[in-house]
Write a protein that binds this ligand. Structure first.
Ligand code: CO
Length: 209
């Protein structure tokens, strides 16, 4: 009960399998990490960053939380973003949501869940921004999935408005912010085509001097 032995066994087999194809893999990786991508995704167990894009350890820096939110004052995600952009110098930040997100669904229901309701309020804000468009969708599932997409789009905007990202662009650093959505049903990613690559693409309202 305390030891979770089966997980340690799986870990051993996994590391051995990697060493079989590349005996120096872990040694080389231990010297440094230089991922090109920062992934901001949902904590949902069905949306594992590395596996979805088939990347090895060392290739993607990952931050996950409920409903893949980038909240203006969340020091956790802001610290990850700052470190990834300024120290690791990632070239791409991917916000990846997923259809059927439980966080998005919970945000739209009126059941009190506790502390998490405050976190989920951010999704309600997004719903309010797009209410007309979302309410025009007839079926509930369609409404939810559209809100999942809008949620990603809003987080791409929030990221672009962060001081870290704006400073990087101001300093001429190459950095693209992408918004993607993943389907748990078929394992396929969709690009929401909201890629943002510079200050001239964000609203004047949010620009810092
Ligand atoms: Co989710």
């Amino acid at each position: 009960m305390r030891k979770l032995k089966h997980l340690f066994e799986r870990n051993k087999n996994w590391s051995e399998k990697i060493k079989e194809s590349d005996p120096e893999f872990f040694f080389n990786l231990s010297k440094q990490q230089s991922p090109k991508y920062l992934w901001i995704g949902c904590a949902d167990s069905r949306v594992p960053a590395n596996q979805i894009v088939d990347l090895m350890p060392g290739e993607v820096f990952v931050h996950r939380n409920i409903a893949n939110l980038v909240v203006h004052t969340d020091l956790n995600s802001l610290s990850v973003i700052q470190y990834a952009v300024e120290v690791l110098k990632v070239k791409h930040i991917i916000v990846c949501g997923h259809y059927g997100c439980g966080g998005v669904q919970a945000a739209m229901q009126n059941n009190a869940l506790g502390l998490i309701d405050n976190w989920l309020r951010h999704i309600r804000d997004t719903y309010r921004n797009y209410q007309g468009e979302i309410d025009r969708v007839e079926d509930e599932k369609g409404k939810l999935n559209l809100l999942c997409e809008k949620n990603v789009i809003e987080q791409v905007a929030n990221l672009s408005h962060s001081t870290t990202v704006q400073n990087a662009w101001k300093n001429g650093q190459e950095l693209a912010i992408h918004g993607w959505i993943y389907s748990i049903q078929n394992g396929i990613l969709k690009d929401l085509n909201v890629c943002t690559t510079g200050l001239d693409e964000i609203s004047q309202t949010y620009r810092v001097k």
